[in-house]
Design a binder for this molecule. Structure first.
Ligand SMILES: [Zn+2]
Length: 229
């Protein structure tokens, strides 16, 4: 079980850590700034010592994080190393991730899926195509960005979450459980939902957004894709 430093401070770019286990090219550390792929958000890349981290995934147990290293890397348990994420890439992921929370507010419909890459992000909605007007959505999103609203994480218990199902917006992504508590992201007056990802501290930090495309991916999936302008 690793200490997940990105959860309390998504702006932490690096940390010193000790290797606790090595499974082939996957390394576990006692603490990490690397976000493992989950909740639709891509896993971090970066460096551990002088080795390249090509992706980050969740391990078998709660809070275990697997740093997938380039071929040929040979860290050993007990090694103390500097871990550093590719910050520019991660910051784009944080901006696009937070942008999807604004998209949830701009489009009032059930969310059926979503994905965040470092160059674009999308949500799928269960809605009629003609309800999705590109220019209107883009204008609303940029209004929300400019509202300069602070985002804030809020922790609640699993039981509280069960009693408030409206806090789970993305039907295909169950919030991480098993610790007895679940993290919500609150963007006051705009959005409140269970989310374990990494976000920027203020909507203004997202910067201008562009609705790149809107297309049908099936009866219950109308996909809205965003890019940083
Ligand atoms: Zn989120």
């Amino acid at each position: 079980m690793a200490e997940l430093l990105f959860r309390d401070d998504p702006y932490l770019k690096g940390c010193e850590a000790t290797v606790v286990a090595v499974h082939g090219n996957a390394v576990e550390l006692d603490r990490t700034v690397f976000y493992p792929m989950g909740g639709g958000q891509a896993g971090d890349t970066g460096r551990i010592g002088h080795w390249r981290v090509v992706d980050t995934r969740k391990g078998a147990s709660t809070d275990s994080v697997l740093h997938l290293l380039e071929p040929g890397a040979q860290p050993k348990p007990g090694d103390k190393l500097e871990a550093a994420v590719d910050w520019e890439r991660r910051h784009r992921l944080m901006r696009l991730h937070t942008a999807l929370h604004l998209l949830c507010a701009a489009v009032k419909a059930p969310v059926t899926g979503g994905r965040i890459a470092d160059d674009k992000a999308h949500l799928d909605f269960d809605i009629e195509m003609e309800m999705l007007v590109k220019d209107e959505i883009q204008a609303r999103l940029n209004e929300l960005v400019r509202s300069n609203t602070q985002t804030k994480p809020v922790w609640i218990t699993d039981a509280e979450l069960d009693s408030r199902p409206e806090l789970v917006r993305t039907m295909s992504v169950a919030p991480p459980r098993g610790e007895g508590r679940v993290r919500l992201l609150e963007i006051p007056g705009i959005d409140l939902q269970a989310c374990g990802g990494t976000h920027v501290a203020n909507t203004a930090e997202i910067g201008e957004l562009r609705v790149a495309k809107i297309r049908s991916e099936g009866r219950k999936n109308k996909r809205v894709t965003l890019e940083l302008a």
